[in-house]
Design a protein around this ligand. Structure first.
Ligand code: HEC
Ligand SMILES: [Cu+2]
Length: 320
């Protein structure tokens, strides 16, 4: 699967942040002494051109050094998906470089992770890695999105309003852990792939059928408990770097850029709303982006695993 080709990438050397003045040797002479290519990439806000160049071509197995500078404001540079390269914040006049060898052909993306301008999230460039015959494999298709299309699910449709009022306030995860031991729980609710393709509301309905006399709050708390997982630190970081500007630090849809987007960013803290969303639809939206809504596509930046972890984090935000 995809894991294999991601694992074959080797990063030979990582960043060096040096003031420009010290770079006479770096810029002028180093390329003469080495057959290895050094590619200079200047970063500017998208309004004045974004990355330049914004497309570079390398051969599979070729070792190249990418040297990033900023010509205007501070930009953050990350390369993905799955490469684990984060060059951090590149201040104007500083240089951050990475020497890397990508063994597997395909298309990779370097992108900015600092909110540098209203169009910041458009700031991306591609690394096309060709095999010895010069062929570049197109980005891998996503089986989750294909499955949704095959089922006739519309990623852009808004959810149908909840039939059951699931109650106000935050569900209690602690209560859910206790309640679930007292309830009759259909086995599919414990199945991750079932939960990925169904809504918490559907799980609630199944629980209701099996536990006629149980308290509403116990059922809601049990469902919350099933969908909740403790977010890993790197996922929180990914969210803060890439999503918080619009969706808000705590998922309230109130990021500082929310006022500028064509559609209103979703508030993940809207619990009745999130109870009616399927995980795989949230996943598909993150990877494919919105249609004219200003929700960016992240399919070329994150691995599928990173995307699922983000979906889990959106759940955690909605359940806290
Ligand atoms: C530039 C602003 C912006 C950024 C940055 C952004 N989003 Fe969004 N997002 C939106 C807007 C606007 C919508 C609502 C319109 C739509 O669904 O296309 C949305 C919708 C979504 C939805 C769809 C929810 C649903 O019920 O269908 C998900 C999931 C989502 N965003 C996740 C993320 C994640 C995760 C990130 C970071 C990796 C992110 N967004 C970054 C603006 C943004
Ligand atoms: Cu930026």
């Amino acid at each position: 699967m995809k894991r294999e080709w991601l694992a074959r990438i080797t990063v030979v050397m990582t960043l060096a942040g040096l003031p420009l003045a010290a770079l006479g040797y770096q810029f002028g002479l180093r390329p003469l002494f080495s057959s290895q290519r050094v590619i200079d990439i200047a970063a500017a806000v998208p309004e004045t051109g974004g990355f330049s160049p914004d497309s570079i071509q390398v051969r599979a197995g070729e070792t190249v050094t990418l040297r990033f500078t900023s010509v205007d404001v501070t930009h953050g540079i990350t390369i993905g998906p799955g490469l684990g390269i984060d060059l951090g914040q590149v201040e104007p006049g500083k240089i951050h470089e990475v020497t890397l060898t990508i063994d597997h052909p395909g298309t990779y993306t370097f992108y900015c992770t600092t909110w540098c301008s209203p169009n910041h999230w458009r700031m991306r460039g591609v690394i096309e890695v060709s095999n010895p015959d010069g062929v570049i494999l197109s980005p891998l298709s996503d089986p989750v999105i294909e499955q949704l299309i095959a089922e006739g699910e519309n990623i852009d449709a808004m959810p149908t309003p909840s039939q059951t009022h699931i109650g106000a306030g935050s569900p209690s995860l602690a209560n859910g852990a206790a309640a679930i031991t007292q309830l009759h729980v259909p086995t599919e609710l414990y199945d991750t792939s079932w939960r990925r393709t169904h809504t918490p509301q559907q799980a609630f309905t199944l629980l209701r059928i099996q536990n006629i006399g149980a308290a509403q709050s116990d059922l809601v708390n049990a469902v919350a408990y099933l969908w909740y997982s403790e977010p890993p630190e790197q996922t929180v970081r990914l969210y803060e770097q890439n999503c918080a500007a619009c969706h808000g630090q705590h998922g309230q849809g109130d990021g500082f850029a929310a006022a500028t987007t064509a559609a209103k960013p979703i508030a993940f803290t809207d619990q009745p709303y999130m109870f009616n969303r399927r995980d795989d639809i949230l996943y598909a939206k993150i990877r494919r982006g919105g249609m004219g809504t200003d929700m960016p596509n992240f399919g070329t930046l994150f691995t599928p695993d990173e995307t699922w972890a983000l979906v889990d984090y959106l759940r955690a935000l909605s359940l806290q």
